[in-house]
Design a protein. Structure first.
Length: 171
């Protein structure tokens, strides 16, 4: 029940009616390259099969049986572009990162209690929800600016200019 045909409107037509796959493409070693399951428009690739794009196979998309990859092996950047926001989610649809087109960029904590947005860029800087931990002689200051706040390894705070702290502080 397989047919190969051609029409000027559709081009080459390959039709199959298998019990598990309508179409199975194999290589010369009789290994499955991909299948189209019966009654679907899906294309299934076996583990470790790669979709390769570019003259030098510069872009790879594959699953190795444990992890999934989008890998750029070529020259230049890997760019994700969208007409709206770019959102990275877990499989339940919960946000991990949101890169808004015309607003702040957001990072989320996904683990247990306290889950939610923790870091967001704003028009004037950044907004952090929760604690900021600076360790090992951390410095806070502007690049090229002599004003700074320094925190040494003992937790001592020094400021090159006036320092105003509002709210609760602990040391």
């Amino acid at each position: 029940n397989a047919a190969i045909g051609y029409t000027s409107g559709e081009g080459l037509i390959l039709t199959g009616q298998g019990s598990t796959s309508d179409i199975t493409l194999k290589n010369d070693a009789d290994e499955t390259v991909f299948t189209i399951p019966t009654g679907t428009d899906d294309i299934l690739f076996p583990d470790d099969a790669k979709i390769l794009m570019g003259t030098g196979s510069d872009l790879e998309i594959f699953h190795d049986g444990s992890h999934s990859y989008i890998k750029d092996n070529g020259i230049g950047d890997l760019k994700l572009q969208a007409s709206d926001d770019v959102v990275i989610e877990d499989t339940s649809g919960a946000n991990a990162a949101v890169f808004n087109v015309d607003a702040g960029q957001e990072l989320y904590w996904r683990g247990g209690s306290g889950a939610g947005k923790k870091f967001e860029t704003t028009q004037t800087g950044v907004s952090v929800t929760g604690n900021v931990v600076i360790s090992n002689d951390g410095n806070i200051g502007s690049v090229g600016d002599t004003d700074s706040i320094a925190i040494d390894s003992s937790g001592n705070i020094t400021a090159s200019q006036n320092l105003t702290v509002t709210g609760e502080t602990t040391h």
